[in-house]
Design a binder for this molecule. Structure first.
Ligand code: CAO
Length: 453
């Protein structure tokens, strides 16, 4: 029986790039074996086999852009063998015969006729219906799960929801962008090209908003060099950092928390942590203390809305945690930290960090953060100025705790001091707001019993 394995729910990520193909035609694959690696704007994800068997046909090539429901490969699965049905449109879908389905083209799935055949006609709703109701179409999912093109009110612009979202973030009017996709469809790359042109062009410079380019240098004239392609994740991180840096007026405030008692408590819990199979570093306590401090200072977890005319306060407390991985920086988000105990936070943190390093995070696990913590405590350093993870308005940098002489009014006492640096968006957070938040946080960490008050 031929089974087409398709891209499962990847948290709404559109056009994730195929960066690795882990199997070849003729390979035997097991259920849940990783088949390909996708890289979206937010994460790298391994796509697992939803059926075991021999790979008959690869439907993807390196560089292809895939979305949920796009075909990955065709497996010759044993009759009656186990397959995993995805909850929605992903998962595996039996095909009548491999040759009856669309041929392996290696063509990016997103390019598979993303607009209706009739240039003038609006997007065919049938494509959407077919996606949610397999019975409506006998075609393999790759042909029906493409994102229908959308038209602007003026009827001229083709762009998907992800592109429209990015355009809104950049403040780009789509009508001014030339699309390089099929039939003029606007792709994310077009927006980046447009931005670059605006920044380089006379218009931007004349308006005083042009950013001077750093000239390219031929380093080989000075000695031997090696050039390495940067991962997409690194490139996306670079763009996000630049965007935040250029948009957010940053201020960074420093303080030190006396965590001597916290460290004593942590040492006392070591045996229990081992018994539970948990790793109790300072980080889960910092996460919990931040959740308590954020509840008292909700502005620190707000975001600007409606072009800066509104402030959006959030009734939830999902906190992002920067994780250093070989593929680049990723920020998984721990949900409802305010409602969880330190043990649960510790376990969830380790699980998310492991998933981040194994490229197993889903985009949903990296969304919804209200505040971010970046800890270099396990690595070293006395302090640093983190960049706000916009549209959040504040980020906490944590450096390595050291024993320092602290004056108690009569003598210097050896105390373990944790260096903290809070960067914030000065459009939203004033020095007073930040100072009060950080002072409360320092007090919570100095005496973690306060967390339960
Ligand atoms: N001071 C002193 N020691 C610390 C510490 C601190 N602030 N934070 C952690 N440590 C210790 C831990 O207790 C652990 O020691 P033991 O193994 O003896 O218990 C050791 O340092 C290593 O900790 P860790 O880094 O593995 O674990 P963590 O819970 O502190 O952090 C994580 C988890 C995911 C945040 C971390 O692994 C990581 O990836 N950090 C990098 C984040 C980053 O790159 N930030 C920069 C973003 S901008 O480029």
């Amino acid at each position: 029986m031929s089974v087409t394995v398709t891209v499962p729910d990847i948290g709404g990520a559109e056009g994730a790039e195929v960066v690795e193909i882990l199997v070849a035609v003729g390979d035997e694959v097991e259920l849940e074996q990783s088949l390909i690696v996708l890289e979206s704007d937010k994460a790298s994800m391994e796509i697992p086999a939803t059926a075991a068997g021999t790979v008959l046909e690869l439907r993807v090539a390196l560089g292809d852009a895939l979305s949920e429901g796009d075909a990955v490969l065709v497996v010759d699965a044993a009759e009656g063998g186990t397959t995993i049905e995805a909850a929605d449109s992903g998962g595996s879908e039996p095909l009548p015969e491999p040759e009856a389905s669309s041929p392996s083209s290696g063509q990016p799935a997103a390019e598979a006729d993303p607009v209706p055949a009739d240039d003038e006609a609006p997007p065919a709703p049938a494509a959407v219906d077919a996606k949610t109701s397999p019975a409506a179409s006998p075609m393999p999912s790759v042909e029906v799960a493409v994102e229908p093109a959308h038209r602007d009110a003026d009827g001229d612009v083709y762009a998907g929801p992800a592109v429209r979202k990015l355009a809104r973030e950049f403040g780009i009017e789509l009508a001014r962008v030339t699309g390089s996709g099929r039939r003029g469809r606007i792709l994310k790359e077009d927006l980046h090209r447009f931005n670059k042109q605006q920044l380089q062009g006379a218009g931007g410079a004349a308006a005083g908003s042009g950013v001077p380019q750093i000239p390219e240098v031929d380093f080989s004239q000075f000695g031997p060099i090696e050039v390495e392609a940067r991962s997409r994740l690194d490139q996306v991180t670079a763009r996000n950092m630049t965007r935040s840096w250029l948009n957010v007026p940053h201020v960074t405030q420093f303080d030190g928390a006396d965590i001597t008692d916290l460290e004593d408590f942590r040492a006392a819990m070591k045996r229990e942590a081992e018994t539970r199979g948990s790793k109790l570093t300072p980080m889960p306590f910092i996460l919990k203390a931040c959740a308590v401090a954020l509840a008292a200072h909700p502005k620190l977890k707000s975001s600007l809305g409606n072009n800066g005319t509104e402030l959006v306060y959030k009734g939830y407390c999902h906190i992002g945690m920067a994780v250093d991985t070989p593929a680049g920086l990723v920020v998984p988000v721990l949900r409802d930290v305010d409602k969880k105990g330190v043990w649960d936070i510790a376990d969830e943190m380790q699980e998310l960090a492991a998933r981040a390093r194994d490229k197993k995070l889903t985009p949903a696990q990296m969304q919804g953060g209200v505040f971010t913590i970046s800890s270099l405590g396990g690595i070293g350093g006395e302090g640093f100025t983190p960049i706000v993870n916009a549209p959040e308005v504040a980020i906490l940098g944590v450096s390595r705790a050291e024993v320092k002489p602290v004056w108690d009014g009569q003598d210097f006492q050896p105390r373990k001091v944790l260096p903290l640096s809070l960067s914030y968006d000065h459009r939203v957070i004033n020095g007073g707001d930040a100072g009060r938040f950080l002072t409360d946080l320092v007090a919570l960490l100095a005496d973690v019993r306060r967390i339960i008050l």
